[in-house]
Design a protein. Structure first.
Length: 146
């Protein structure tokens, strides 16, 4: 992945147990055991943003930082596409059709209900969720080695 690309990314997150976490201004949020998708964008350096999300040690800034700081939450897959920020909400709406929204999570700068969704049913790590062919998929270990 080029270090200067802009785009939208989706983190697939496994929550290995139920837990509660303080999520900034949202307060305490209950996360159920399961698989979640988080949609975000990076308009300066996509690779750097994704690597930041994969690190446990960091200053908490975005809602997703609070979720990923918990030892029961782990990114298991990353999807990304080179595109403008306007696609972020379109992708969130598309994924929202297959998931349960964590209301107001990750969407303080838009009118979406959420940018974090718990997937309904099971997740097979080999599938591409509801993405079109322009999406790329990477495992977190590949990204961190880059």
């Amino acid at each position: 992945m080029s270090k200067t690309i802009k785009g939208v990314y989706v983190l697939v997150i496994s929550a290995t147990r139920d837990f509660r976490a303080s999520v900034g201004a949202l307060g305490k949020v209950h996360f159920r055991k399961g698989v979640y998708t988080y949609i975000g964008s990076a308009q300066n350096n996509l690779e750097k943003r994704i690597k930041r999300h994969l690190r446990k040690a960091k200053r908490k800034f975005w809602h997703i930082d609070y979720l990923l700081a918990n030892n029961s939450a782990k990114v298991v897959r990353v999807f990304y596409v080179q595109t403008g920020k306007t696609e972020e909400c379109k992708i969130a709406r598309k994924l929202g059709k297959n998931g349960i929204p964590v209301v107001n999570f990750g969407c303080s700068d838009c009118r979406c209900a959420s940018h974090l969704f718990m997937l309904k049913g099971s997740y097979d790590s080999s599938n591409s969720l509801v993405f079109d062919s322009e999406f790329y998929t990477l495992s977190p270990s590949i990204i961190m080695k880059a």
